[in-house]
Design a protein around this ligand. Structure first.
Ligand code: SAH
Length: 385
């Protein structure tokens, strides 16, 4: 490996690019020993034959016993989750790089004997070991079933097919889970991500703390924020452009006995403009759009989109009102998001204070040395009078 690659590895970044590989005879998904240009051993990684990221580093030493190695990493991840006091029955057990297991995601839904693990193997190395990893998971959690939600598009970069299969036991059509005081019925095979946006769990709870007056949850999906705002707000308007999502918000509101939520199918960009024209004003607003910047090339357009919705939301807010604003684009870092919000506030001609700066929930750990893994930004802003 090149000196540049070795330096990245020394700083703790787990990705080694094709251009930094000097030579390799590895097969797709092999566990390989990484050596410096002079032949000094510097770690173990997983080889990808197709991705620009040729190697994902797993350890700085040798891995002799593969099963023992993965069992220990999963056990450590579970032990950490148990320290978090997670007030929910749906949570993330393995967050890829953040748990030193690049390419692997595991979410757990439900409780006790009924719980189901959802696994995603996103690289050739993890995919080749799905049987081994499932075995380790079953030993650790004794779930009723394990579902492979291997339909994310990123698998294409690894030459892997997109498929959803039950890899162990039984996986029911829907699973009932609880997030704080809110109950959800989740379809693990069809929902976005693995069923719910678990990365927003702690931000849902934080937002509940600011809820008052008239609330707006824009890009609501199944109502993650709206259902929490409903406790503190007089009324909540939840917006999503997907008809099934809107139907699910209404069903979830009924399921939780919340009568003050209106779910509306709308394009947020248009609806914010129309609400402004109609002079509707809010006291608590949440913006949680999908990743506008899916790659580096779309960052400028994404920035314009983030600015637009934040500008409009700030205009719709009553003085003293709170805006919880999120971005889950890893290509828009915290500093850039900050600048976009300053720009939006300037154009809206309002003074804004920064009340809280948040990230993805703690069961989705960020790897300090890999800023890309800090993808979710969630700022709590207050419009000053
Ligand atoms: N806030 C949710 C997650 C939102 S995911 C939670 O905490 O659980 C983003 C959502 O935005 C998706 O449900 C998607 O259907 C919706 N969406 C994407 N583009 C949209 C648009 N232009 N207008 C309204 N909704 C949109």
């Amino acid at each position: 490996m090149s000196a540049r690659g070795a330096e990245r590895l020394r700083l703790g970044h787990p990705w080694i690019y094709r251009s930094d590989i000097r030579s390799s005879d590895a097969e797709p998904g092999d566990l390989v020993r990484i050596a410096s240009e002079r032949g000094r051993p510097i770690g173990t990684g997983m080889w990808s034959s197709t991705s620009q990221i040729s190697l994902r580093v797993l350890a700085l030493d040798d891995v002799a016993d593969e099963r023992g190695f993965f069992a220990e990493r999963l056990r450590a991840a579970l032990a950490f989750r148990e320290t978090l006091g997670i007030d929910a029955t749906a949570w993330r057990l393995i967050n890829a790089e953040g748990d030193r297991l690049p390419g692997l995601i595991v979410d757990v839904y439900g409780e006790g004997a009924g719980r189901v693990a959802v696994i995603q193997t996103l690289t050739q190395g993890m995919d080749r070991r799905i049987e081994l990893l499932t075995g380790v998971l079953v030993d650790l959690l004794s779930p009723a079933g394990v579902l492979a939600r291997n339909d994310p598009r990123v698998r294409r970069l690894e030459g892997l097919p997109e498929l959803v299969t039950v890899v162990r036991g039984e996986v029911p059509e829907t699973v009932e889970v609880r997030e704080g005081p809110i109950g959800y019925v989740v379809n693990l095979r069809e929902g976005q991500k693995t069923g719910l946006f678990l990365d927003q769990r702690e931000n849902h709870a934080a937002a509940a703390g600011y809820a008052r007056g008239r609330g707006l949850d824009a890009f609501s999906y199944h109502g993650g924020f709206a259902l929490r705002l409903a406790g503190g707000c007089d009324s909540v308007l939840a917006l999503d452009s997907s008809a099934p999502a809107v139907a699910q918000i209404a069903a979830n509101a009924r399921h939780n006995g919340l009568a003050n939520i209106e779910a509306r199918e709308a394009n947020v960009f248009d609806e914010l403009r129309e609400l402004e024209i109609a002079r509707v004003r809010f006291d608590t607003i949440v913006l949680d759009p999908p990743a506008f910047a899916k790659n580096k090339a779309s960052v400028a357009r994404a920035a314009a989109g983030y600015k637009e919705i934040n500008l409009r939301a700030l205009k719709l807010l009553n003085p003293g009102g709170v805006l919880v604003t999120c971005s889950c684009s890893s290509n828009v870092d915290e500093t850039m998001f900050y600048d976009i919000l300053i720009d939006a506030a300037a154009d809206a001609r309002v003074a804004v204070s920064l009340v809280d700066k948040r990230a993805q929930a703690r069961d989705h750990p960020i790897l300090l040395a890999a800023p890309e893994t800090h993808y979710l930004k969630c700022f709590v802003l207050r419009k000053l009078g």
